[in-house]
Design a protein around this ligand. Structure first.
Ligand SMILES: [Zn+2]
Length: 468
């Protein structure tokens, strides 16, 4: 608050001390940022980009030929958008979906809608048939005694809570990530969970799991919400037997590809303003909101900045990360870019769909600064609030470089309905509103350009001291 109240005097002092430095010259970056945002709002390039990606490439499971085709497609697009483009490959274990079927065998035979979790091992080809033990909360599974699930299929039917900011997903994530190992620890031979999703459609939500070291790996799948309800109802009446067959396979020699487009800085090209999204997607839908929308947003920002009469002072780097969904992207990027870590002056990621941005959070080093006041002045017409609290999480692609000290920005999007279609067959292009996508491009363009042109230092004092 002190800094804010002092600011008018700083402007006044600057104007008095430098009469020949006109207000126009001082405001130029701000005016250009404003112009970029306005241009973005009336531009459908990103929307068309997303239409093409989701139609001409479609699903883009990490480490597959489809992801490689998406990368080649993106190279062409970013070059055409005026960027210098290269790719960065890294090894990964690709997981490939096989057959996936489920059914209640007793007491009332009927099909179950489910989908294997990414990374799940297969059942035997003939499947697994066993009594299911239903836990209405994850805590109940964790409280179950060792051996209490011997020979059983464990099913956790806890509901994920709908929130604007995705907090409900974050809190429910261990049910999908760690549930299979927790069930195996107690003797279970397979694991089911209610999809981490907020819809009530008969569509299961995919997503990756992580097996704990030293425990047996058991097959795991997510049930559509209504099918989890069905298991709850029937299990309340008596024993329920379920049959599941999952036949995924692995390719241990796969490669993922990250595509990078740059607008080289005109004064300090080694200083990098990084904005990213992930190019891989789950395979059930066409990866429109997750995360084709993010790819379209950051690529659109790169295109607008590349088209300016002169490049900004710093380099703007658009990164379309490979293999985010399988958990490789952030670590791979950190490893490959360890030597330039101190030169990445800002990192931001958009991976939360295509709805409007409503809040922006800056790195701790810039929350009360002249830069913050400049950007805050641009945001209200775009419907965005600059929140005084610093950014905590930027996203999984930039998590590792953020932990190493790279300043992270975070833009919150309206996520109220994001988890209705996230990771389902319903994640398709028709769900995206062109005007909302354009608003995202406008906000990211203004922020990215200002950081690149003004040379602002976003590092918190503590981090700057650690890494001069
Ligand atoms: Zn995503």
């Amino acid at each position: 608050m002190v800094g804010r109240s002092r600011w008018p005097f700083v402007i006044a002092a600057a104007l008095i001390a430098a009469p020949y430095l006109t207000a126009t010259a001082q405001d130029l970056p701000q005016k250009t940022a404003q112009a970029l945002a306005n241009k973005a709002l009336s531009d459908d390039w990103s929307y068309k980009f997303l239409e093409s990606l989701t139609s001409e490439i479609g699903p883009r499971l990490a480490g597959t030929d489809a992801e490689a085709r998406a990368a080649a497609w993106a190279v062409t697009r970013l070059k055409a958008a005026g960027m210098e483009v290269h790719t960065e490959s890294f090894p990964m274990v690709a997981w490939l979906r096989g057959v996936e079927t489920g059914a209640i065998v007793q007491p009332a035979p009927q099909r179950l809608v489910l989908t294997a979790l990414g990374g799940s091992v297969a059942t035997p080809p003939e499947g697994i048939e066993a009594q299911v033990v239903v836990f209405r909360t994850y805590a109940e599974l964790l409280a179950a005694a060792p051996g209490s699930l011997d020979g059983k299929i464990a099913a956790v039917t806890e509901h994920m809570v709908r929130t604007m900011d995705g907090m409900g997903y974050g809190l429910a994530n261990p049910i999908r990530r760690q549930g299979a190992s927790e069930a195996a620890r107690r003797g279970a031979i397979a694991y089911l969970l209610r999809s981490l999703g907020t819809d009530n459609h008969r569509l299961a939500h995919a997503g990756a799991l992580n097996y704990a070291n030293g425990l047996g790996k058991i097959p795991a799948a997510a049930l559509a919400n209504p099918d989890a309800d069905q298991l709850e109802r029937l299990s309340a009446l008596g024993p329920v037997t379920v049959h599941i067959t999952l036949t995924p396979t692995e390719n241990k020699d796969a490669q993922s590809i990250t595509v990078v487009g740059e607008i080289k800085g005109r004064e300090t090209p080694d200083e990098v303003v990084l904005i990213g999204a992930h190019l891989d997607s789950w395979d059930l839908g066409t990866g429109a909101i997750d995360d084709g929308a993010g790819d379209a947003i950051v690529s659109g920002v790169g295109r607008l900045i590349a088209a300016l009469p002169e490049h900004p002072k710093r380099t703007v780097r658009v990164v379309l990360f490979g293999a985010e969904e399988m958990g490789y992207s952030g670590k791979a990027y950190e490893k490959a870019h360890a030597r330039e870590a101190a030169k990445i002056v800002m990192a931001g990621e958009t991976d939360f769909g295509a709805r409007r941005v409503y809040e922006m959070r800056l790195p701790a080093g810039a929350t009360d600064s002249a830069f913050a006041r400049t950007i805050a002045g641009l945001l209200p017409p775009l419907g965005v609030l600059l929140v005084p609290e610093p950014a905590q999480h930027g996203g999984s692609d930039i998590q590792e470089i953020g932990a190493d000290g790279t300043p992270i920005v975070s833009l919150s999007q309206n996520g109220l309905d994001y988890f209705d279609i996230h990771h389902t067959a319903d994640d398709t292009f028709d769900k995206v509103e062109a005007a909302e996508l354009a608003q995202n491009v406008a906000v990211w363009a203004a922020l990215t350009y200002l950081v690149a042109e003004t040379g602002v230092d976003l590092r918190s004092p503590a981090k700057s001291a650690e890494k001069p």
